[in-house]
Design a protein around this ligand. Structure first.
Ligand SMILES: [Zn+2]
Length: 214
């Protein structure tokens, strides 16, 4: 069978995954920005904006996820953007909405942690674009190349910003990243050759449903 492990959070699964790979199982694995950048130790009591499924785990677990990314055990980092209205994020962890919305912050959050751990921007691009597009079979995405869609994020990698929920473009501005200072400021965004965001302002955001060739 063809297997994809989604939202890998626990490093306990890594030995099983490595063993299955070694046996030739057709296996791919993703993790998410929140598992790579947030730790259980720093989640304040009742702060359910950090609640997601599976949960955010300890710093020691996170170190092992980064090792697995570096050695290719984990193929890609996907957003798992899971928005909710503020009222569903109550201070009761048992019943609060489970999910973190991080689409707008994912690139900067992952890049901030990656550079701290000695990885290059090209590694982040591989994890967050190249291998993600390849996994889902979107041949027009994932590389800057003649014949592909001209999608670009123009990033100032050494500039920082502090996350202010009020400044997010998400409809529901609940975020586990509030107050964090992140590296990597997106200066403009291009979609199929058209500039859709410049200096934080949307100029002409037009989405298209993507389907892969059958
Ligand atoms: Zn999910």
């Amino acid at each position: 069978a063809r297997v994809h492990v989604l939202h890998l959070s626990s490093s306990d699964a890594l030995p099983l995954i490595r063993a299955a790979r070694a046996e030739g199982v057709r296996l791919t694995v993703e993790t998410c920005p929140h598992y790579l950048t947030l730790t259980a130790e720093e989640v304040p009591d009742g702060a359910s904006e950090f609640k997601c499924c599976p949960p955010i785990r300890e710093a020691a677990n996170q170190d092992l996820l980064w090792e697995a990314l570096a050695d290719g055990t984990i193929d890609c980092v996907v957003t798992d953007h899971s928005p909710s209205t503020a009222d569903l994020k109550t201070d009761d962890f048992a019943t609060a909405w489970g999910g973190i919305s991080g689409l707008q912050l994912s690139l900067s959050a992952v890049w901030t942690e990656a550079r701290k751990r000695g990885h290059g921007l090209e590694d982040v691009v591989r994890w967050m674009s190249t291998q993600t597009a390849a996994l889902v079979g979107l041949g027009q995405k994932g590389a800057i190349e003649a014949g592909r869609d001209a999608d670009f994020a123009v990033l100032a990698p050494d500039e920082t910003f502090t996350v202010d929920p009020a400044g997010l473009q998400h409809r529901n501005r609940v975020t586990a990243y509030a107050g964090r200072t992140l590296y990597g400021v997106v200066k403009s965004t291009w979609l199929r050759g058209e500039r859709i965001v410049a200096d934080g302002e949307f100029t002409d955001p037009k989405g298209t449903l993507l389907s892969r060739p059958r």
